[in-house]
Design a protein around this ligand. Sequence first.
Ligand SMILES: Cc1cc2nc3c(=O)[nH]c(=O)nc-3n(C[C@H](O)[C@H](O)[C@H](O)COP(=O)(O)O)c2cc1C
Length: 483
Amino acid sequence: MQFHVWAVFVLCVGLCSRMAFAYLLHLAPMQGYTNKHLRYFVRLLSEKAVLWTEMEKTEDLLRSDKDSKKRLLHSDEEHPLVLQLGGDDPLAMQRLMQREVRLYGPFDEININAGCPSIQAGGASYGASLMLRADRTRELVETLAHERQQPVSVKCRIGTYPLPQEEYNDDYNTLHEFAYAVSKSNCLDHIIVHARAAVLAGLSPSKNRNVPPLRYDFVHRLAKDFPSLRVTINGGLSLKQVLASSSISSSSSSNNNKDIDLFLDHNLDVMVGRDGLSKILDLWHVDANNHVEHWHHRISKENTSSNKKSKATTRAIAIKQYGEYAARQLEEDASIVLAELLLPLILACEHLRELVEEQDDEVGGREEEKQGREAMCDVEDDVEACCSVVEAILAKGCNKDSSSSSNININSNSISITSKNEGRRRRGDVKNIEVEGEEAEEEEEEAASTSRDMQGELKRVLRRTKAAIGTKVMNKIIRNREK
Ligand SMILES: Cc1cc2nc3c(=O)[nH]c(=O)nc-3n(C[C@H](O)[C@H](O)[C@H](O)COP(=O)(O)O)c2cc1C
């Protein structure tokens, strides 16, 4: 009996200590991407992911109610949602905060951008250059904290350089001193560190996301030195690394464990940027990971709004539900930008192309083959949903339905999409298929032809999208998400 009590105690302690290593997963703010449509789509894939707006310039928001409302007005479903502000004027931030709830609805956290390097080059003095003005940054934090009850955060780099260098000699003290100065009045709740320095001039924004080198060790030290601050690590992390943590306690490879050491062992939260765009459908797997915490379990402040939407039951349904949303948007807003509405689906199509290719390349034993076929079946559903929805949006958005056989039919609780693909031969339920000899060859051939079909379908739909939104816009969407 005593042994049992002891065993239960040990088990509980073990579980509790594991649960202590839970983290929030943020999808990074990314201009040109994390607009309200992408946020809606991501929320259908994951309830746990913390969503961010693009950086909003305080002055712009104050200047135009109509435009800012259009971008920031949000529904309960988007929570948890962080508003990121760009600016260095405390008075302007105060004025904005006084009307934020009335105009847009509440946010779960207000963030100050102190990491964007391209802003100084544009003649302004916020973004990463705020790292050179720690006292002003603290003033901004204090202003936001006094105006609102939501947590206030700063997203920064580990330091700055005025120009590109032959060699970068980063100094941890720069980050420590900045964090100390900004947090000393106890108004700062959270700091997000993109673990590389910013080069303030002479380097393009995209190069500034790949050089100088990453210094995760600085973020680890920061978390240790500031135990009362929430610290989030960002830069170069992939969803795969984050999702690998579900297997940490079982048989994960040493390589995975090394990735997990980057944040789990240091009690950090995680922010993923570009990889979240190029592998957007992988956000579907986030909620199943026990180490990824739900915002509402962690941050239990009174004013925190709750996410009322439960995620879709499959990825294909999430895609179709996005189609339903897009149809509503097209009906309600005559000035909608088609490229913005299509953006999540362009990202999904590109990701699916990669998944189909990966499945083609995969070699393995019987069990892997079977799992591969099952995964391929899901991918097939996703491809079908994605292509149909894009076709339907193009048909509706471009107002020229003559050549398209796709349509979105909405009723109160479901969406049905008819498309050219409907008659395509599907491979049915492969779960129970035992493949032997000739049958295996046939199966392989069929899989190859299905994957060719899928690639062809995705390429065709992406070509049509490019024709509708323009090559330049399309290329920008594809290029800027790449590392
Ligand atoms: C296209 C693009 C736009 C971005 N816009 C913003 C922004 O508005 N605000 C911000 O703080 N960071 C912005 N970032 C930086 C990301 O939030 C993130 O810090 C950076 O990409 C590093 O993370 P990653 O390596 O996971 O992509 C942007 C990044 C990209 C790729």
